[in-house]
Design a protein around this ligand. Structure first.
Ligand SMILES: Cc1cc2nc3c(=O)[nH]c(=O)nc-3n(C[C@H](O)[C@H](O)[C@H](O)COP(=O)(O)O)c2cc1C
Length: 146
């Protein structure tokens, strides 16, 4: 069994819900998922010991949050090259942050990402059957890379 870290930022809880459903999908695929708030991750050492990484952040002002940007610099020091992963975001109308995070994981960290792109969900869809399934399927698809 492999272990995936699902780490997220969430101001009002929508991206957090996505993270929990994605972690469920990882577990449905037979692997372990640990879910953490990014604010609790203080050093790159805390990113050691995982086989995969899925990062999430909502879109505010057509951007990821400053906390997410700081975290992406920290994660660069953890050397995630070749690890599997994915990215996700909750949004209302433009939803850029998931793809921005995914780009960094792909091009800067050179991770081995599932060929899915980021999972970006409009916030009103997250609590629906389709939204929950989309998150679970994303977690499963990332875990299937093992
Ligand atoms: C001040 C503000 C700015 C926002 N800017 C954007 C935006 O540029 N694009 C977008 O798609 N959603 C935008 N949103 C909507 C949030 O991304 C959306 O509510 C999201 O679900 C919040 O996720 P969270 O609960 O994880 O914080 C904005 C919301 C607020 C309050």
């Amino acid at each position: 069994m492999r272990k995936i870290l699902v780490a997220y930022i969430s101001r009002t809880g929508m991206t957090e819900k996505m993270g929990n459903f994605i972690a469920e999908g990882v577990r449905m695929a037979g692997h372990e998922a640990e879910i953490k708030k990014i604010a609790e991750i203080k050093t790159e050492k805390e990113l050691k010991g995982f086989d995969g990484y899925i990062f999430g952040c909502p879109t505010y002002h057509r951007d990821m949050t400053s906390g997410m940007k700081t975290f992406l610099f920290l994660a660069q020091k953890a050397n995630l090259t070749g690890k599997i992963g994915g990215a996700f975001c909750s949004y209302t109308h433009s939803g850029e942050s998931g793809s921005m995070i995914y780009d960094t994981m792909q091009h800067v960290y050179k991770m081995d990402l599932a060929d899915l792109g980021a999972l970006n969900l409009k916030e009103h869809t997250i609590d629906t059957q389709e939204g929950i399934k989309a998150c679970q399927d994303y977690g499963k698809a990332v875990a299937k890379k093992f």
